[in-house]
Design a binder for this molecule. Structure first.
Ligand SMILES: [Zn+2]
Length: 308
């Protein structure tokens, strides 16, 4: 057991992989190697694993929803182990009922299971999780509007916010028009220099428009889009904005959808589908963003493998 754990630890160090499942595995391995009695069985609760391996924003989630499924954990573990060494597997006892929590542990796999590990079924479905309300920190300017990470569109704050987006968009269009007009109305003939100025102005305009203003119009039809520039705090990971109906009014919320990759056990986050897919948003694995790609259904929170 100790040999297998040490081998696993050195494999993890040799091939550093990002992702929730890998962080859980390396935490459990470290804890198992540090225990005094090597024959004692160490079990871990989902809440402990979330507290020790989750990010600050994730700690507000329900531990059971945060935990990757046992098949994803096992898949990540299999990919980390070499075929020569004695293999470890995940032990799991599902909770249920009052005071009965789910437990996870590592144990040696029986010999016959080792031979079967090469013939795993390729899972092609993922289940997404939605981050807890208010767990994503808005930027300093957006913090004034996003109370607990969301805005009621028809409230005073919501109207002020949406009006400021409209005003910013109009100002932006007016500025571009002024630049073009000033070039056209000049007495001098148009030369390369002025054309270059125009080109730079148009590219700059389009960049800012696409990155920070257009998503606010797109979210009305699409319900979920990548969060525009300047909405979330600088250190915050990429996230989404979602517009939804609740109690007869519309709300806009900062949210992050994530899942565990069934192919490698790493994390899946939402990204643009372009250029290799036609869907606007797809789930891409952070370790293999162009090979492990999944669709995203906001209502069922499920996705199917849509391939490279
Ligand atoms: Zn993957």
């Amino acid at each position: 057991m100790i040999d297998a754990l040490q081998q696993l630890k050195s494999n993890l160090e040799a091939k550093p992989t990002r992702g929730r499942s890998y962080e859980i595995i390396s935490y459990i391995v470290d804890e198992c190697l540090q225990r005094d009695d090597v024959y004692e069985k160490l079990t871990f609760e989902a809440a402990t694993l979330l507290h020790c391996c989750g990010t600050a924003a994730e700690r507000e989630m329900d531990p059971q929803k945060w935990m990757p499924s046992i098949s994803v954990l096992q898949r990540a573990l299999n990919l980390t182990q070499t075929s020569e060494a004695r293999r470890l597997r995940f032990g799991y006892s599902p909770g249920g009922g009052r005071g009965n929590v789910s437990l996870y542990w590592l144990e040696l796999a029986p010999e016959e299971a080792e031979n079967q590990s090469g013939r795993e079924v390729q899972p092609d479905e993922v289940t997404y999780r939605r981050s807890a309300p208010g767990s994503i920190k808005p930027s300093i300017t957006a913090r004034f509007f996003f109370k607990k990470g969301e805005i009621k569109n028809r409230s005073v704050v919501g109207t002020a916010f949406l009006t400021s987006i409209m005003l910013a968009s109009l100002t932006w269009i007016a500025m571009l028009s002024l630049v073009i007009l000033s070039l056209v109305l000049r007495d001098e003939s148009i030369n390369m220099g002025s054309l270059l100025h125009l080109l730079i102005a148009v590219i700059g305009f389009l960049f800012i428009w696409r990155q920070s203003l257009a998503p606010w119009f797109k979210v009305i039809d699409d319900c979920v889009v990548k969060a525009p520039l300047g909405v979330t705090a600088i250190f915050e990971d990429s996230c989404e904005i979602e517009m939804f109906r609740h109690e007869r009014s519309r709300w806009t919320r900062l949210v992050r959808f994530s899942a565990d990759c069934p192919l490698c056990g790493s994390n899946i986050e939402l990204r643009q589908g372009k250029p290799d897919h036609t869907l606007p948003l797809v789930g891409r694995c952070i370790e293999s963003p162009h090979a492990h790609v999944y669709s995203f259904d906001r209502m069922t929170l499920r996705g199917k493998y849509i391939g490279p």
